[in-house]
Design a protein around this ligand. Sequence first.
Ligand code: 3PG
Length: 205
Amino acid sequence: MSNLLDLAPVVPVVVLDDAESAVPLARALVAGGLPVIEVTLRTPAALDAIRRIAAEVPEAVVGAGTVRSPGDVEAAAGAGARFLVSPGTTPGLLAAMLAAGVPFLPGVATATEAMTLAERGVRELKFFPAEPAGGVAYLKSLSGPLPDVRFCPTGGITPSNAPAYLALPNVGCVGGSWLTPRSLVAAGDFARIEKLASEAAALRP
Ligand code: 3PG
């Protein structure tokens, strides 16, 4: 697979309460033009959801988010996750992600954290929580001294602020939960989710 950050401008960050929703949700996102889907490990349904999407929606690139421990890495990879995303990065988690053999976006929020990962050869990172941690201005400031590191900012991204992030040279894509509100997923309104996805797919300036 080409670089994770370059597959789609927006990565939907999904919280799934019911694994039954996983396949229609993934199909709606793919139909809207967003094939990369991050299913967060925040619900008991998450691993089953990843398993179902991996098996039944081959056009989707499904990964696991909210990966916080080596156990999460093992469970996500076992379920078929094609990439891993973490909110922050500990030495133990980094070792497990490096060993997993799938692409991963470890979370960072400072220059020191980004440099620590670059030192290990990891140069595609999640910038989290993007808006509270400094937003567009902060990432722009990092692009000068750290030109070889690229980010997927996530946390507080909206259709309004996404274009400014996507215009930065060190941003490959953004992540966000606005495309898949739990209420729409629970109501089975996948047509509305497809529309939100197609609007998001057009956000790159
Ligand atoms: C998360 O991990 O919850 C993501 O960063 C999504 O953040 P958002 O809900 O602000 O889009």
